[in-house]
Design a protein around this ligand. Structure first.
Ligand code: CP3
Length: 342
């Protein structure tokens, strides 16, 4: 069998077609997702029901024929499996019982709680076409710690930063435990059959130096090293959202195969400064996808032109916005499928 297009790019091979998938490609903008979500009753029940979670994973592929499926789950199942109380309230986002410390991890209990996720991967693999990749994922330690310590998301996490800056050694220990849990979780996903993994560090951009190195780069580098000890060269995408000037250090120091760019940085500059070391992904503003039409077409063409001949995966700079018309995603899919570089 020939190598999957997405994996070729993650290995920095030159391809004439550009693979695409979208962060949050499964979700509320799709009527078929809303139906499945209603059937499941709660979001967590959907995440932990393997047949339904596998169906949600495959919905966008059936409709738009992306080059990769991303496992349907959530980054917060990790604190949940570590014993933290988690609740997704309608229209309010996640709520956790705040916690600043993780004791010894019992991986038997952890895997028991996450067994439905591993089962979802096995079901998807059976039903996914051979030329498509399945991406597993986890939240990065810093982003998970934000939700664990504060208990909810507000885009600022000042309480978490204050605690971390005032108690660096204690916060280091929390991050180290999360490195341990995340490594274990991603390795179990690899054993279950995912072809690549993505580490979501959605709140990386909140940390100034020297903490960006300490709580974003080093923990990510440790996870990558741990995975590569068992699976040398396994493709890992890192997404340090809003990392700005720190993107380059992240790309050069973490050992990651591919870096996900948000819409706030320049693809052209990223290619010049670290595009010879890692594959790149992302950069389309989710609002351009929401807008559709000429706006969307213009942005897609700009990105394709800037990507040039670099190893590139087309994606958004953050997740699909829930008001996005599915027709706009169909427009994007059509354009990308007809695109061939020399
Ligand atoms: O299609 C995919 O990308 C796969 C599934 C996926 C979800 N969440 C499903 C989801 C993935 C990869 C995530 C990652 C995730 N979850 C992140 C990192 C990426 C990012 O967006 O920054 C974060 C920070 C979370 C935590 C989280 N989960 C929040 C803050 C929320 C509430 C906000 C919202 O959009 O409602 C969720 C809920 C969530 N995760 C939903 C979905 C489809 C919506 C809940 C529902 O359907 O009822």
């Amino acid at each position: 069998m020939t190598k999957k297009l997405l994996i070729q790019v993650l290995e920095r091979e030159y391809t004439t077609s550009i693979p695409f998938w979208l962060m949050r490609q499964a979700g509320r903008y799709l009527p078929e997702y809303r139906a499945l979500r209603a059937e499941a009753g709660s979001f967590l029940n959907l995440c932990f029901s393997p047949d339904m979670a596998a169906a949600a994973t495959l919905q966008p592929i059936d409709r738009f024929d992306m080059d990769a499926a991303i496992l349907f789950s959530d980054i917060l199942v990790v604190p949940h499996a570590l014993g933290q109380k988690l609740d997704f309230r309608e229209g309010e986002g996640p709520r956790l019982e705040p916690q600043k410390k993780i004791n010894e991890i019992n991986f038997e209990t952890f895997d028991k709680k996450l067994a439905p996720v591993y089962e979802t991967i096995r079901i998807v693999k059976k039903n996914l076409a051979g030329d498509k990749a399945l991406i597993g994922f986890a939240g990065a330690p810093w982003t998970i710690a934000c939700y664990m310590v504060q208990g909810y998301g507000d885009g600022e996490f000042s309480e978490v930063k204050k605690f971390a800056f005032n108690n660096t050694a204690e916060f280091d220990r929390l991050i180290e435990k999360l490195v341990e849990a995340t490594t274990h979780y991603l390795i179990e996903q690899i054993k279950a059959g995912v072809d690549a993994v993505q580490i979501f560090d959605s709140w990386a951009g909140l940390l100034p130096e020297p903490y960006f190195g300490r709580w974003v780069i080093i923990p990510t580098q440790n996870i990558v090293t741990n995975i590569h000890k068992l699976y040398p060269g396994f493709p890992i995408i890192g997404f340090p959202r809003r990392a700005g000037m720190f993107y380059q250090d992240y790309a050069e120091q973490t050992g990651i195969s591919c870096v996900g760019l948000d819409q706030h940085c320049s693809l052209e500059q990223a290619i010049c400064s670290f595009g010879s070391k890692v594959a790149l992904q992302g950069n389309l503003d989710p609002v351009a996808l929401l807008a559709g039409g000429k706006t969307l077409e213009g942005e897609i063409k700009r990105i394709l032109a800037e990507a040039g001949k670099s190893p590139f995966i087309f994606n958004l700079g953050h997740g699909v916005i829930k008001e996005t018309p599915p027709e706009n995603v169909a427009q994007l899919a059509k354009l990308l499928k007809s695109y061939q570089r020399e």
